[in-house]
Design a protein around this ligand. Sequence first.
Ligand code: S3P
Length: 171
Amino acid sequence: MVEKNIILSGLSGSGKTTVGKIIAKKLKRPFLDLDILIEETERMTIPEIFQKFGEEKFREIESKLTIKVAELRNSVIALGGGTLMRPQNRESLKKNGNVVFLNPPLDTLLKRLQGDDTRPLLKAEDIKEKKEKLKKLYEERINTYLKSADLVVEGDENPERTADKILEKLF
Ligand code: S3P
């Protein structure tokens, strides 16, 4: 049976990859992580792409691959935090997919991202600066996340419980 993709969106640290993998395992569907696909295709890490070519070029690469993966069916796809910000990405993903927005509290995101230096947009000298950057991204993006979502999951329950909640709501 041909089924729509399940697409996980939300800021860095929201659990897209962890929850996506659990859902894929439960449904016996392929799992795809867009950030990893970008790194494999470019043979560079995301910080390297940002550093060498800048954010705009990263977004172009991201869009090209997004439009490709959006053609899939029956897959579970974890996006990058900024993927839905481009209208053409949203449109292509929504054609064959149900978009889930994971929206845990900012402090949970912050805790999960403490010490992480793999997200160029959240690069910070200290935790206070990281919190400010996260808050700014959240404020810039929240409306787009909400309007793109078929399902919003609030709270910061464990990933297993979050995955079950999503499956209960979608099926
Ligand atoms: C980004 C989030 C990252 C990655 C890139 C840009 C963003 O993905 O795509 O660093 O714009 O929020 P994660 O959400 O998986 O951290």
